[in-house]
Design a protein around this ligand. Structure first.
Ligand code: ZN
Length: 251
């Protein structure tokens, strides 16, 4: 199976459309979405409509999705994120609200595991360090683990199969061959495809990933999109100016 992997779309329809059309060229059999579909950006309903229509979709919610449906305290967020959560609450359709209410922040399928942040704390913890990866390994049954939340394309795996040595890296568009256990199943590896709608690694192109479960490979792609168009929509919606500016800087 070939999966298109997306995360942290954040209501950015132009970025979402760009990555979906890029990934569709690979004859994707199914889709993985690691949460934070809404928040920050100006098109929550259009993004949810596109994502809900994806075939064989495995999807979880993130902290912004939960805040929009009033299941996470606003104190958790900075002033810009909070303003966007409040704006999104007033914009979200009843149908899309019901969809978000049906999502969990962690999901295990026969082919992989999803957690927005980490398996240990899927709503709040950012998976950024080798130690965090090691601590979360016992909590996962089905590898690989796909995460989002940090908005950065990242890989964690054990180096040379040694559970004391973790290989952790930013991912560019090189195809990674993921580790396997002796019986042929997938060994521990955590993958973040980066953020579709608000990249934070100083590269302002939308990020996404492609997972081939038969070959055991994962590859990140960066896709240019109409940033100025999204910035104009953010301003027209009355969302904070900072949310428009940061898109151009990829931060
Ligand atoms: Zn996010």
């Amino acid at each position: 199976m070939i999966y298109g992997v997306i995360s942290d779309v954040h209501s950015n329809l132009e970025a979402l459309s760009a990555v979906l059309s890029h990934l569709e060229d690979f004859e994707v059999d199914g889709w993985i979405c690691c949460g934070d579909i809404v928040g920050y950006g100006p098109d929550p309903n259009a993004c949810l409509d596109r994502i809900r229509a994806l075939k064989n979709l495995s999807v979880i919610c993130g902290n912004h999705d939960l805040a929009v449906i009033e299941r996470l305290e606003l104190d958790w967020f900075n002033q810009y994120a909070r303003a966007a959560v409040l704006w999104t609450r007033g914009t979200l359709s009843a149908e899309n609200r019901v969809f978000l209410e049906g999502l969990t922040a962690r999901l295990e399928t026969p082919d992989f595991t999803l957690a927005h942040g980490t398996p240990r704390n899927p709503v709040e913890e950012y998976l950024l360090s080798p130690l965090q990866f090691r601590d979360n390994v016992p909590l996962v049954n089905k590898w690989p683990l796909f995460v989002g939340h940090s908005h950065m394309p990242l890989l964690f795996r054990f180096a040379d199969g040694d559970p004391e040595k973790v290989d952790s890296r930013f991912l560019d568009d090189t195809e990674e061959t993921l580790p396997k256990i002796s019986g042929g199943g997938m060994a521990p590896a955590a993958l973040n495809p980066g953020s579709v709608g608000q990249p934070r690694d100083q590269d302002n192109r939308a990020a996404c990933g492609l997972y081939d479960s038969s070959k055991g490979t994962f590859r990140v792609f960066r896709v240019p999109y109409d940033i100025a168009g999204v910035q104009a929509k953010i301003r027209a919606a009355g969302l904070p100016e900072y949310l428009a500016l940061r898109l151009a800087f990829g931060q």
